[in-house]
Ligand binder design. Sequence first.
Ligand SMILES: *Cc1c(COP(=O)(O)O)cnc(C)c1O
Length: 388
Amino acid sequence: MKLALHGGPPVRAAAWPSWPPPLDPAQRELLAEVLDGGQWGATQSGSVCRDLAAAFARLSGVPYGVAVGNATLGLFAALKGLGVGPGDEVIVPAYTFVASATSVLLAGATPVIADVDPVHLHLSPHAVEAAITRRTAAVMPVHLAGSPAEMDEIAAVAVRHGLAVVEDAAQAHGAAHRGRPVGGLGEAGVFSFQSSKAMTAGEGGMIVCRDAAAHEAIWSVCNVGRRLGGQWYGHPSVGWNLRMTEIQAALLLPWLDRLDAELDRREAFCAAAARELAGVPGVEPVPRPPGTTRDSRHLLMLRVDAPVDRDFLLAAMAAEGVPLDAGYPPLGSMDALTGAGARAEPCPGAEEAARTVVWVRQNMLMDDPSGAADVAAALAKVLTAGRA
Ligand SMILES: *Cc1c(COP(=O)(O)O)cnc(C)c1O
């Protein structure tokens, strides 16, 4: 038997659910149809990418969708299509995946790294306001861990200062803010289908938007500068091939039918975790921002406020069969970003999160809610041992 770090059997011996979940029959069927049909690319007569884009637009409450190769390129294309480029600044949160900032660099603009709210860890509207300069062109709220950012306040700041809002919804498929779906709350929203996300084809991304002209510009950026409905070798603007394949879309389109049930499953696990953790001193789920009405539960973030060495905590939890992630270093601490011209505002909220917050992964949240008891029991055991 595998022994836990400090002796005895691990709290959790059973495997956690695998991610991605097994293919369902609808995925197998559509995948086989695409493979056998030989129309693997979205510029052929295939239409699964187009159907997926239309479905995501509907899901986001907007008319337009553009399927792309990944969300990093999707964020780049959204910014570029909205006219953001060299000389412009884009405000991004300090506690997010690095791609939120590197997509801005790819567009030739300057990422300005602003702090997150110290309690819920989403982009702080106050920090956004404080970071605005004459050059600020856009703000990129991230729907962190699957719960929507403080969109009312951020939208109000954006309107006051004439900024575009590009939602990084990479982690938030199916999430809603005050009953309105994410992705359609700003000028553009971008979802990811990378392996760790709530819907995945290994890689992939989706841009959604409300405005017809923005859609045409974004589509052109993703389709080698062609005009929508224009000539094959007509390239009135500069663009790239950022397209998704039909093979990816075939994995994703049927997934939409079970997305809601999967969100419910993760929600049930998180509710059970909150109950179980109430009995573990020093550990609390990170609360969501006000206005979260649907959360895709990409991660469960826990704040650990206990005098326990962080490396010990992570190693001991893994030994107990409950592996946790350390989460994001603050973007402002990344020399590669600041070296490339990113500007970092003071970010005590993100720094504190990097010291104290750990993540329970999405695949674990797909477990039966009784698995939440294992998370709590392992934390209780490890925190007690770590204090000694
Ligand atoms: C995953 C992720 C991205 C990048 O998505 P890719 O599809 O891997 O390019 C961007 N932002 C956030 C917040 C993410 O979690």
